[in-house]
Design a protein. Structure first.
Ligand code: 6PG
Length: 246
C-alpha cells in the first residue's frame, strides 16, 4: 500500500493542515453517523494541533458529538507531567471546556496494568464495536520508529487479537524500563482514517526506514499500520531522507 505523504515547512504548518483534516473528517463523521470518535496520540508533536483547535473555539467543530480516546498512555497518574491525558487536558479539553462524558482517558494509573488495559478495551468495544472503528486515529512516531506505545521488539507488536494491552517496554525513548498501555495494530488498523504527524530531524532516519526501507515491523513498528486511509503529515526536517523529498 502506498502511503500518502504530505510535507510541510515546519510543525506549525503541519499542525494547521492536521487541524483542517481533523475538522473535515469530524464534520463528515457527524453528518454521516451523528458522532465522531478520535484516538489521540501523545508525546509533544500533537500539542500544537490541540492548541490550534482550542484557539478556533468551540463553534469550529461539533464537539458535543466528538468522543476523544487515546492511542496510548504512560502508567502514571492523570496529573503527572508525563501523562498524555494531562497534556491534552491543558491544551484542548480545559480551554474548550469539553464534556467529561466525551473524554475517555486510559486509567493507566491503576496498579494492575493488565486490568487497566482490559477495562479500557471493554469501554472501547462497548462504544465502537469489535474491532473498535475509530473515525480518526492520530499517531506520532518516535525516533526509533515506534508508534503509540508499540516499541521495537516489545510483546504488543505480536498481538493479533486484543485491542488494548499493557506493554512492557525497555527503551531510552520511553525513559528506560516501564509499562505503557497501548492500542494494538488490530485496533489502529480498523480505523476509517489514520494520520501520522511527524516532525523533527531526529525522525528522518526512522521515517526513511519505515516508509522506504524493507518490511521490518519488529524493528520499525510504525510499519504495522497498513489498513484504511493512512496519510503521513511530516515536516521537511523529518522528510529529509525520503526519496523525492523536495
Ligand atoms: C507517547 C506517544 C508516542 C509519540 C511518539 C512521538 O505516548 O509518547 O503516543 O507514540 O507519538 O513517541 O513523540 P513526540 O511527538 O514527542 O516526538
Amino acid at each position: 500500500m502506498t502511503a500518502q505523504i504530505r510535507t510541510y515547512e515546519g510543525l506549525d504548518d503541519l499542525s494547521r493542515a492536521a487541524a483542517d483534516e481533523l475538522t473535515a473528517i469530524a464534520k463528515a463523521a457527524v453528518a454521516a453517523r451523528g458522532s465522531c470518535s478520535i484516538a489521540l496520540s501523545g508525546g509533544s508533536t500533537p500539542k500544537r494541533l490541540f492548541q490550534l483547535l482550542a484557539a478556533q473555539g468551540r463553534g469550529a467543530l461539533p464537539w458535543d458529538q466528538i468522543d476523544l480516546w487515546w492511542g496510548d498512555e504512560r502508567t502514571v497518574p492523570p496529573d503527572h507531567p508525563d501523562s498524555n491525558y494531562r497534556m491534552t487536558r491543558e491544551a484542548l479539553i480545559d480551554p474548550l471546556q469539553l464534556s467529561p462524558t466525551r473524554v475517555h482517558r486510559i486509567p493507566a494509573e491503576l496498579p494492575d496494568h493488565d486490568a487497566a488495559a482490559t477495562a479500557y478495551e471493554r469501554e472501547l468495544v462497548a462504544a465502537l464495536g469489535s474491532p473498535p472503528v475509530f473515525d480518526l486515529v492520530l499517531l506520532g512516531m518516535g525516533p526509533d520508529g515506534h508508534t503509540a506505545s508499540l516499541f521495537p521488539g516489545s510483546p504488543a507488536l505480536r498481538e493479533a487479537k486484543r485491542f488494548v494491552v499493557a506493554n512492557p517496554v525497555d527503551s531510552p525513548v520511553a525513559k528506560g524500563k516501564t509499562t505503557r498501555i497501548t492500542l494494538t495494530a488490530p485496533a489502529l488498523n480498523a480505523a476509517r482514517h489514520v494520520r501520522f504527524l511527524v516532525a523533527g530531524a531526529d525522525k528522518a532516519d526512522s521515517l526513511e526506514q519505515v516508509l522506504e526501507g524493507p518490511p521490518n515491523p519488529i524493528k520499525y513498528p510504525s510499519q504495522l499500520i497498513v489498513n484504511g486511509d493512512v496519510a503521513w503529515l511530516v515536516d521537511r526536517a523529518a522528510a529529509a531522507r525520503l526519496r523525492g523529498n523536495p
